[in-house]
Write a protein that binds this ligand. Structure first.
Ligand code: PHE
Length: 351
């Protein structure tokens, strides 16, 4: 009997929906019962051949069942929607704009792409140098940019009346506080904090009242280095710096040591790298000399050891301070230091 078939169909449809575990399975059930070739369609097709008294009643019942099953299907789908509490919220969560012009959310639109930032070339250089020196056994130390005169000058063997103070007569906040003019301050801080052997580098910003041009800025970055132990010689300094520059610039790099003076090292040297911007032919970055000074270095002056309370008879050491901008310029062939600080993305995005 057709009526029984309808009743059986209803209970099977309900069972199948209750068992469905995914939206796909529900869809499968829907197609099976309500689809163009589904079970209900089959029954509908048989109705015209029924005796006239049954025709209209069966027609009604089949339609009724169709509605009932589609309600059940909708109900089952809601189990999988984000707001499964369908009794209080009957509106679909997400509409597309075509359906609802006021809808604020069109899932089909592509997302807005956020441009990625990246690490500034100066920071990249600092990171690279940190990693090179860490392989040579150097730890990384930091000191404050706002510094006491004592660490910037006095402890570094620059007494108040020393002529070299004038070169670095720098940015003072009051009598004793200043923006450090060199990272050598961290030598003192580290030696006071630790006992030898010491092997450290100290990256950071320094400030000088220099006139800004292609090679000078009033703020730039240095990386200080310090090694203190028994029996350290100038040879060790040369070895460390040559190894570093070969790793950073490549085996063919030319380096020269010029005798120089720093109050806190004796003997002292300034170290130049052959100008890679003009291939040592002469340009504005190397002042047409073919060489660019990239660091100052020397053997720690015994007076500095005295200032931090180390036995200068027992310990020797070397120190160096290099200019990060200069190294980066030589490495990449950049001919103007100001480019690093202008925040021009056309420049920065090349690194
Ligand atoms: N502090 C020196 C400068 O700023 C560089 C330096 C560091 C020289 C350590 C010798 C030893 O120029």
């Amino acid at each position: 009997m057709m009526q029984e078939r309808l009743v059986a169909l209803r209970s099977r449809a309900k069972d199948d929906l209750a068992k469905a575990k995914t939206l796909n399975e529900i869809e499968y059930v829907r197609v099976h019962y309500l689809g163009r070739k589904g079970a209900i369609k089959e029954i509908m097709k048989a109705i015209p051949s029924l005796p006239p008294e049954e025709k209209s009643m069966m027609g009604k019942m089949a339609n009724q069942l169709k509605l009932e099953i589609s309600d059940e299907v909708e109900g089952a789908k809601k189990r999988f929607s984000p707001s499964s509490d369908s009794s209080t919220d009957k509106t679909p969560r997400l509409k597309n704009n075509a359906q609802d012009a006021k809808g604020s959310f069109d899932l089909s639109l592509p997302g807005k792409r956020q441009p990625y930032g990246h690490i500034h070339p100066i920071t990249q250089t600092i990171n690279e140098i940190k990693s090179i020196f860490s392989k040579l056994g150097f730890a990384v130390e930091y000191g404050p940019e706002l510094e006491q005169e004592y660490y910037n000058f006095d402890a570094l063997n620059v007494p108040p009346d020393h002529p070299s103070r004038e070169d670095f007569d720098t940015f003072y906040l009051d009598n004793k506080l200043l923006l450090r003019s060199q990272t050598s301050t961290v030598q003192i801080r580290t030696m006071k904090k630790r006992r030898p052997p010491i092997r450290m580098i100290a990256p950071g910003k320094v400030y000088r009242p220099d006139t800004v041009d292609a090679r000078h800025a009033s703020m730039f970055h240095q990386i200080e280095g310090l090694l203190v132990d028994e029996g350290v010689s100038f040879q060790d300094l040369k070895y460390a710096l040559t190894s570093f520059s070969k790793i950073y610039f490549g085996q063919d790099i030319k380096m020269r040591f010029r005798p120089s003076f720093f109050p806190f090292t004796e003997p002292s040297a300034e170290v130049d790298i052959s100008c890679s911007i003009c291939n040592a032919k002469g340009c504005r970055v190397c002042s047409h000399s073919g060489w660019v000074e990239v660091l100052g270095a020397g053997m720690v002056d015994p007076n500095v050891f005295e200032a931090v309370g180390y036995d200068a008879e027992k310990y020797t050491g070397f120190a160096f301070g290099m200019g990060v901008e200069r190294l980066t310029m030589l490495r990449y062939g950049i001919d103007d230091i100001r480019l690093f600080f202008e925040n021009d993305l056309r420049f920065l995005s090349q690194f």
